[in-house]
Structures are given as structure tokens and as C-alpha cells.
Design a protein around this ligand. Structure first.
Ligand code: NAD
Ligand code: IPM
Ligand code: MN
Length: 351
């Protein structure tokens, strides 16, 4: 029995997570896998209603009593400072010490790729984004705020332990999955302290993996090469902020933000799975959001729980739906969110 905490969140989060749940329940029925899905009301609505973001008792429950957390998205125009998202999403990443943000960039069907003459084999990599430090730590402050002399400082925190564990994770993943190259991307030519540390640690860790090619690219060059020659990449490891940016680009290579999945991981802790996209508020509740990113994320979650066959069924169903153009508008199809979810469930039931 796997216990999964479900946090639909804001905007299109509930729309896409509803389809993810339908798919999980169908997979459970078809394979006999026992999935216990427990719903948590966390997000902008609750914050606006009660002032609560992530109550301590809920945090402890999520930390201690679940095998995984499945989250939609957070972000609501009524909370412009994103206070609730900082507490819930970044809060869970930081407080559960989920130092790996694993974001596969995998093209399921060549017709979805915006690049010309690219096939499925050309876009198949995994980005490992550092997830607990960098510019995300929230250190800094204002001086003379609101005046003409205002100063705003935002610190970029890089620790040896933090840098080493994410680079080590990327190399280990490469070795365990038969991949032969790891690309580390930074901006050490300008960030001469923080990213100098990345350079030194990368060389040290790479030396422990002699069978794996260790490549370095500055992040501007990485962005260019991802578009020009995505087939060069197998595994990318980078800092929190660059990983955020590069994985939206990666999502576009797979067909758009509606197709990208992610997992926030620490082998010792409760993992958190979420699609890469945000809450896209203008599409909320309109039955137009693409649920495939959320569904592929559910597959990734099952895979990490050791339910490999179940994960493979989900992947196959998404692939088939794309092949048959049973998709939402962003992929060129004409179905609504729910109809795509229904088609995926039918596909899983037929197998
Ligand atoms: P977004 O990802 O929500 O949307 C950007 C655009 O991508 C949308 O306008 C839409 O055209 C497209 N898109 C995204 N998901 C889609 C889907 N499932 N189906 C079809 N099209 C899709 O990014 P944004 O507009 O920059 O941010 C909106 C809010 O979400 C903000 O509050 C932001 O901070 C938040 N956000 C949250 C997360 C998260 O919770 N993990 C991630 C990114 C952004
Ligand atoms: C993501 C999102 C988040 C991030 C935001 C919503 C805090 O963009 O998960 O990619 O920047 O990490
Ligand atoms: Mn992002």
C-alpha cells in the first residue's frame, strides 16, 4: 500500500490533478496496486480564508506518514507576493531537504517538437536542478526601501555539501541508467566565488566516475545548444535558478509546459512530485489545461515507489493519446482536460 498526499493547489492545479487521480485510480484497478490517496486543502483559497499556509501539524503529517506528495501548482493573482507558495512549495522543498529536482526532458512524439527535423531520439535527457540553496534561500534585504536611494540585495548561497550532493546524484543516476555523459552548467566566468565552487566540486566528483564524460558549459551557451543541438545532452546538472529557467526551455522542446514532469527528491525523505508548469490562472476551471504533464508526473511518482509496470502503463497511454491526437489545444488537439483524462484511462483499461 502506498500512501500519497494530494495537494491540488491553485489555478489549473485542481484541473490537472483531478485527471492525474483518475489515471492513478484506473491503474490501481487494472493492476491491483493499492494506492491510498489523501487530499490536502492547501493553497491560496485556504490562505485567504484562514491565513494558514502550511500548518506545522500538516507539515509533520506529510513528513512522517506518507510515501509521496503529489502537487498541482501554486500561484494566485489574489496573493501577489506568493506568500503561500513560498511556505508550501519552497517550504516543502527546503524543510524536507529535497535537494534533487529531477526534470526529464523527453520528446514523446516528434510532431510535438518546435525544432525542425528533430526526432524522439534527439530530445531525451534529464535535468538535475539543485533544489535547496542558491538564489532561492531568501537571504537578503532592502535598504532605504521606497526611496530614490533604495538598495535590494539577494544572496546566492552555494555550500560545498549542497553542490557536491546534487552533482554526485547526477553522476550516480548516469551510471545506474547507462548514460555516458554529464553536463554541468554554471556561470563561473562571472560568479567567481559561488560557481568557482561548482567548478571545483564538479571536477572532483567527475574523477570518481571515470567511465562518464564530464562536460562543462556556461549557462548561456547551454541555452543556445539546447535549441541548436539537443541530441548532445544526456544528463544536465545545474543550480537552482538556472535549472528553473532551463527546464521551461526543456518543456518547450517536449511540446510545451503542459507536457513536463518533475520530482523533488531526497532518498531519505518524503518525495514531492509536481508538473513543471504553474497555475496558469487564466485557464483555471475552464477544462482547457493539458493534464499530460500532471499525468506523466504521476507515472514518475509510481516509478519512484517501485511500481514500474504501473508507471509504464501511464507512459504508454500518454504516448498513444498523443499519437492519435487526443490532446488539448496547446498540442493542437480539440479535447478538453477531462476528455483527455478519460481517453488515458480507457487506454490503460484496454491493456
Ligand atoms: P504557468 O506555467 O502557469 O503558465 C505559463 C503559460 O504556459 C500559460 O499561460 C499557458 O499558455 C502555458 N501552460 C502552462 N501549463 C499549461 C497546461 N497544463 N496546459 C496548457 N498550457 C499550459 O506560468 P506563469 O504564467 O508564469 O505563472 C502563473 C502562476 O503560477 C504564478 O503565480 C507562478 O508563480 C506560478 N508557478 C507555480 C509553479 C508551481 O507551483 N510549481 C510553477 C511555475 C509557476
Ligand atoms: C518551478 C516554479 C517555482 C520555482 C516557483 C513557483 C517558486 O517556477 O517549480 O519551476 O521557481 O521553483
Ligand atoms: Mn519554474
Amino acid at each position: 500500500m502506498a500512501r500519497i498526499a494530494v495537494i491540488p493547489g491553485d489555478g489549473i492545479g485542481p484541473d490537472v490533478i483531478a485527471e492525474g487521480i483518475k489515471v492513478l485510480e484506473t491503474v490501481g484497478r487494472v493492476t491491483g496496486a493499492r494506492l491510498d490517496l489523501i487530499h490536502f486543502d492547501l493553497g491560496a483559497e485556504r490562505y485567504l480564508r484562514t491565513g494558514e499556509t502550511l500548518p506545522q501539524s500538516i507539515f509533520e503529517d506529510l513528513r512522517d506518514n506518507y510515501d509521496a506528495i503529489y502537487l498541482g501548482a501554486l500561484g494566485d493573482p489574489r496573493v501577489p507576493d506568493m506568500k503561500h507558495a513560498a511556505d508550501i512549495l519552497l517550504g516543502l522543498r527546503f524543510r524536507l531537504d529535497l535537494y534533487v529536482n529531477m526534470r526529464p526532458v523527453k520528446l514523446l512524439d516528434r510532431r510535438l517538437c518546435p525544432l525542425k527535423d528533430r526526432s524522439e531520439a534527439d530530445v531525451d535527457m534529464v535535468v538535475f536542478r539543485e533544489n535547496t540553496e542558491g538564489l532561492y534561500v531568501g537571504m537578503g534585504g532592502f535598504f532605504k526601501k521606497g526611496t530614490a536611494d533604495e538598495v535590494a540585495v539577494q544572496e546566492d548561497v552555494n555550500t560545498r555539501k549542497g553542490v557536491e550532493r546534487i552533482i554526485e546524484y547526477a553522476f550516480r543516476f548516469a551510471r545506474e541508467t547507462g548514460r555516458t555523459k554529464v553536463t554541468m552548467s554554471d556561470k563561473a566566468n562571472v560568479l567567481t566565488y559561488g560557481h568557482d565552487l561548482w567548478q571545483r566540486v564538479f571536477r572532483e566528483v567527475a574523477a570518481r566516475y571515470p567511465g562518464i564524460e564530464a562536460e562543462h558549459l556556461y549557462v548561456d551557451a547551454l541555452a543556445m545548444q539546447l535549441v541548436r543541438a539537443p541530441q548532445r545532452f544526456q544528463v544536465i546538472v545545474t543550480c537552482n535558478m538556472f535549472g528553473d529557467i532551463v527546464t521551461d526551455l526543456g518543456a518547450a522542446l517536449q511540446g510545451g509546459l503542459g507536457m513536463a514532469a518533475s520530482g523533488n527528491l531526497n532518498p531519505e525523505r518524503t518525495p514531492l512530485f509536481e508538473p513543471v508548469h504553474g497555475s496558469a490562472p487564466k485557464y483555471a476551471g475552464k477544462d482547457v489545461a493539458n493534464p499530460m504533464g500532471a499525468v506523466l508526473t504521476a507515472g514518475m511518482m509510481l516509478d519512484s515507489l517501485g511500481l514500474r509496470r504501473e508507471a509504464a502503463l501511464i507512459d504508454a497511454a500518454v504516448r498513444e493519446a498523443v499519437r492519435q491526437d487526443r490532446t488539448t489545444n496547446d498540442l493542437g488537439g480539440s479535447l478538453g482536460t477531462k476528455a483527455v483524462g478519460d481517453f488515458l484511462c480507457q487506454g490503460i483499461e484496454r491493456t
